[in-house]
Design a binder for this molecule. Structure first.
Ligand SMILES: O=C(O)CCC(=O)C(=O)O
Ligand SMILES: [Fe+2]
Length: 210
């Protein structure tokens, strides 16, 4: 479907992965690709996340917008930590390099005009969930696309924790498999995270305008 993938300097395989994500987004409103992260980078980011957990640096996630945040455990019970290039962590920076490549590829092939992004590490402890919601804030539409990258090796069907997308006429359940990325429009798709039966790790973020 995406015909304009020319003259890019990415290794062929990375370009294929970006195309898989973008093409499935165009076809199904939900882009999905395996192997968005290499096995090595996924393992290193997962190690970072476990370190943050052990150092008690993860915060209960809020809902709502930046000014009105309710730490409502009835809505969501995940814990987060924002990534930042200022941390000078090589793996975090590799992740940002990858995102920079993806955003410039997306902008040049789809004219999306993305100017920024934000990402946090996310941990859903056993028994955690995130009820049905939209990702755009009520009084701020800067979040254009939602993107989640999972860090869970050997996820099994009865581990729960699927991302469940509520389409007009159907439900789509996506298991949070290691290295997989999911990509969709933040203002459009209602979704939830079903209760997980074991720790569920990911990086969650938004591609933004202005
Ligand atoms: O982790 C997921 O699969 C989705 C997370 C989510 O919906 C969110 O953080 O807004
Ligand atoms: Fe969400």
């Amino acid at each position: 479907m995406l015909a304009i993938c020319h003259i890019f300097s990415h290794p062929r395989s990375l370009q294929n992965i970006f195309n898989t994500l973008i093409d499935s987004f165009i076809d199904n409103k939900v882009g999905i690709t395996e192997n968005f992260l290499s096995v090595a980078l996924a393992a290193q980011l997962k190690e970072n996340l476990y370190g943050l957990y052990q150092d008690k640096l993860l915060l209960s996630a809020g809902t709502g917008n930046e000014t009105i945040v309710s730490h409502d455990q009835l809505v969501r019970s995940d814990k987060i930590y924002w990534l930042d290039r200022k941390h000078d962590n090589i793996h975090e920076n590799s992740f940002f390099d990858l995102m920079d490549s993806f955003v410039s590829y997306l902008n040049s092939t789809c004219y999306t005009g993305i100017t920024g992004y934000e990402f946090h590490y996310t941990l859903y402890e056993e028994g955690s969930f995130y009820k049905k919601h939209l990702d755009q804030f009520k009084n701020n539409d800067s979040r254009q696309y939602s993107m989640i990258i999972y860090l869970n090796a050997n996820w099994k069907e009865n581990d729960g924790g699927e991302l469940c997308i509520h389409h007009q006429d159907s439900l789509q359940k996506i298991s949070p498999d290691n290295g997989k990325s999911v990509f969709f429009k933040s203002s459009e798709l209602i979704h939830e995270v079903l209760m997980t039966h074991k720790p569920r790790l990911s990086i969650t973020g938004w591609l933004k305008i202005n």
